[in-house]
Write a protein that binds this ligand. Structure first.
Ligand code: SF4
Length: 215
């Protein structure tokens, strides 16, 4: 199978439990909760997206003919170091394209594989670190993994905390709250802090890459 990649680059993971870790970011094109076109945003399931995942025209992006070609390109971004190889498969929705061949090709090249997914498709069972970020109004089928990262306050979840409390039992090692980054960022940070103060099983995470000037 071929793969459509929006962009690929070497950086540090900026958020979540793995924050600060050297990582190749591989952003797949396409998402199942929004077309990525502004004219469709209002009728999309997910309406607060701030990521450009349309097309294959980003730095390091392109169409890759097979898993080996994509895994080789990822290794090229990582460079010569043999230790600590880590790749974050994101999007868009990465599970639209991840398959056995790609997972095997990345493992063969020594990568530990992380995924950042909206959870509406089952994560590939051989992925090493599963981070799910649920979106209001979607049907999350992937309810176990390593990291559940909920953007808060989230449009569509209202200010009712029933949805949050419902997720507290999902089988993740870490439950994280990430303040929504929009025009009301300060209010959102306060709301996220208040939630964590009230519900200690959740932990605050911030998008450090935005403060550090990382991509
Ligand atoms: S699910 Fe993720 S990639 Fe898709 S539209 Fe929402 S925030 Fe963007």
């Amino acid at each position: 199978m071929s793969y459509a990649v929006k962009e690929m680059f070497l950086t540090l993971q900026g958020e979540g439990v793995q924050a600060g870790r050297r990582a190749v970011f591989l952003r797949f094109a396409g998402c199942n909760l929004w077309t990525g076109r502004e004219q469709d945003r209002e009728k999309a399931i997910c309406q607060f997206c701030d990521t450009d995942f349309v097309g294959t025209d980003g730095l390091g992006g392109g169409k890759f003919a097979d898993a080996a070609a994509l895994a080789d390109a990822a290794l090229g971004f990582w460079g010569d170091r043999a230790d600590g190889r880590y790749i974050v498969l994101t999007g868009g929705e990465p599970m639209l394209q991840i398959d056995d061949a790609l997972v095997d090709a990345l493992h063969e090249r020594g990568f530990t594989i992380a995924i950042e997914s909206n959870g509406t498709l089952p994560a590939h069972p051989k992925i090493d670190w599963i981070c799910i970020s649920p979106k209001a109004g979607s049907d999350v089928v992937q309810r176990f993994g390593h990291e559940l990262k909920l953007v808060w306050p989230q449009p569509g979840m209202g200010h009712s905390l029933a949805d949050v409390d419902g997720m507290a039992d999902w089988a993740f090692d870490h439950h994280l709250i990430q303040p929504l980054d929009d025009a009301h960022a300060q209010d959102n940070v306060r709301a996220a802090i208040a939630l964590v103060m009230d519900r200690p099983q959740w932990r605050l995470t911030v998008q450090a890459h935005k403060y550090l000037g990382l991509r």
